[in-house]
Structures are given as structure tokens and as C-alpha cells.
Ligand binder design. Structure first.
Ligand code: FAD
Length: 281
């Protein structure tokens, strides 16, 4: 099906895009890679009257050193999953992101879909949120009231809902350069590649962090797993005992692809696998 008719704007700066977004309010939608928005428009699940295409804004897909003294990597919102998968900098200092990117969809999806679009869309089965939580990433958004920084834990609010206001644009993600051993393990929905349960683990001097996607309405930190491993050596037995808490307190989703019970089971199994994998690295 064709999308409903819409007006199209192609700003060349972020400031211009924000002015357009403020002018058109809830009638407008930002277009990034289009790999979630366009299918929703074709199905008429989304019917924006105005499209603001941010795809031609210059210098919006960088992956570069940032922070003081260069202790972070900054990623522009329009960086594609493929840009991140192939980034030599990230492979060296934050390998969880290239590893996660490689799990997203297929080559075509990775060449068009963007990290900013994926985070803003907040699909409960998207891969990036798990990695963002495990790395405690910072997410910068800009709107008419200026720029603000959100931690990943505060960004994901509910199913397809984030802390991003409707007149704001997600502009940058920052992740720490990390000496933590990391791993991303997912069981995917075979047709699309979306996660039935995806687990990102980071095991470092500061402790263990586990982000889980695909299981609940929003991605979450597996706090009970992290607590169970606090101060303990990561032996295989302690990992299995801790991973049993991966779905504690979680209201799991059920659909034609997997029941809530199966998703919770996968969360536990993949948490154990991700922790073992990370700690073996
Ligand atoms: P768009 O579709 O352009 O936008 C998505 C939403 O975010 C829209 O509401 C838009 O207004 C908003 N938006 C976009 N950018 C911004 C911004 N900078 N600031 C504010 N709002 C913004 N994803 C996975 O994680 N794992 C998978 O395995 C996977 N498989 C896929 C398979 C297929 C066949 C397809 C079509 C998609 C798949 N995806 C998967 C989703 C894909 O990663 C999308 O690219 C991504 O979810 C959305 O990014 P986008 O750049 O395409 O955003």
C-alpha cells in the first residue's frame, strides 16, 4: 500500500529541522533511514501530514573520539548500523557496538537504518537499547528549549515511547571507551532478525552490567542479575545462578513469535551465554 499524502521538507541543518518540527507540531515526523517509519506509513499505522527528512544534514553520521580526555566515543544520530559495524575506532575501544550492529536485520537494513532512528523508535525488539543500557550510554537531544543529555536508563519509557519530546531531535549518542569484556547474544525472529531476547553484557572493573531487549515492552537492565554477581568471581556456576534472575519482575510480551514464558526462558539462557562469553574474552 502507498503511504497517505504528506508534505516533504529537507532541512540542511539541525536548527532548521527543529524550527520545522516546532512549526508543524504533532502533524510532523522526522525521517531518518525510513526503515521503521516508511513501513508504518505504508500500513497506515502512521499518517504524518509533514515529513522532515534529516538525511541530508551534513556531519550527522560521525563516529569520533569525544570527552575529556577522549574517554568517550560520540556517534551522530544519522550513523547507520553499518557505519557502526565497520568503525575501526569502535572495534578498538567499544567492541560491543560493532558486535551488536552485526545482529541487526540484513545488509540492506544496516546500510539505511540509523542508530538515532532505532533509539527514537524504541521498538521493544530492537537491538541497540540492550547495548545502550549495558554501556550506560548518554543520549543527547535538541529542541526549542535547547540541548539536554539523558542516560540510557531514563530514555526508554515504554513500548515505542521514549523521553524524547515530540519537538526534539535525537542528535548524538556517547559511549565510554571501555576495558570491560563484552558480548551480545540474541535469539532472533527468523524472518526479520528482530530480537525475541537479546542480551548485552559488559564485565569490567566497575562490575557487571546487563541490558535485555525483546522480552518486555521496553529494554531493561537486569538489576537482579547484576546484584547477584556483585563482588563475586564470574565462575560458570555463579553465572548460571545469577542468570536465573534475568526476567525477575518483568512483564514479558507474548505474540505469534514467542510466548511470554519462552521469552523469559530465552532471557535467562542468553544472559548466561552472554556473561560466559564476555568473561571468557
Ligand atoms: P526511521 O524509520 O526513519 O524513523 C523511525 C522513528 O524514529 C520515526 O518515528 C522517526 O520520526 C523517529 N526518528 C528517526 N530519527 C530520529 C531522530 N534523530 N530524532 C528524533 N526522532 C527520530 N532493528 C533491529 O534493532 N534489529 C533487527 O534485527 C531489525 N531488523 C529489521 C528488518 C527489517 C526488514 C526492517 C525493515 C527493519 C529492521 N530493523 C531492525 C529496524 C531498523 O533497524 C530501523 O532502521 C530502525 O529501527 C529505525 O531507524 P531508521 O533510521 O530507519 O528510522
Amino acid at each position: 500500500m502507498y503511504p497517505a499524502a504528506f508534505d516533504y521538507h529537507r532541512p540542511s541543518t539541525i536548527d532548521e529541522a527543529i524550527v520545522l518540527l516546532a512549526r508543524h507540531g504533532d502533524d510532523a515526523k522526522v525521517l531518518a533511514g525510513g526503515h521503521s517509519l516508511i513501513p508504518a506509513m505504508k500500513l497506515r499505522l502512521a499518517r504524518p501530514a509533514v515529513i522532515i527528512d534529516i538525511g541530508r544534514i551534513a556531519n550527522f553520521s560521525y563516529v569520533r573520539d569525544a570527552g575529556d580526555p577522549g574517554d568517550h566515543v560520540a556517534i551522530g544520530a544519522m550513523a547507520t548500523h553499518g557505519d557502526i559495524e565497520s568503525s575501526a575506532l569502535l572495534k578498538r575501544v567499544c567492541p560491543l557496538l560493532p558486535e551488536t550492529a552485526a545482529h541487526i536485520g540484513d545488509v540492506q537494513v544496516r546500510n539505511k537504518g540509523t542508530i538515532g532512528g532505532s533509539l527514537a523508535h524504541a521498538d521493544p525488539a530492537a537491538d541497540w537499547p540492550a547495548a545502550m543500557l549495558a554501556l550506560d550510554a548518554e543520549i543527547d537531544v535538541v529542541g526549542p528549549r535547547g540541548r539536554r543529555t539523558l542516560r540510557a536508563g531514563a530514555f526508554f519509557v515504554d513500548l515505542l515511547q521514549t523521553a524524547l519530546a515530540s519537538d526534539e531531535i535525537l542528535v548524538e549518542i556517547r559511549v565510554p571507551k571501555t576495558s570491560a569484556a563484552v558480548a551480545y547474544v540474541k535469539t532472533e525472529q527468523k524472518a526479520s532478525g528482530f530480537a525475541l531476547a537479546g542480551v548485552a553484557a559488559a564485565v569490567g572493573p566497575g562490575g557487571v552490567r546487563v541490558g535485555i531487549t525483546g522480552v518486555a515492552a521496553k529494554a531493561y537492565r537486569a538489576a537482579a542479575v547484576e546484584r547477584a554477581l556483585d563482588g563475586r568471581p564470574l565462575a560458570p556456576e555463579s553465572i548460571v545462578l545469577a542468570a536465573a534472575h534475568a526476567a525477575d519482575g518483568v512483564e514479558a510480551l507474548g505474540d505469534i513469535h514467542a510466548s511470554p514464558e519462552f521469552r523469559m526462558h530465552l532471557a535467562r539462557v542468553n544472559t548466561a551465554r552472554a556473561l560466559k562469553h564476555a568473561s571468557s574474552r
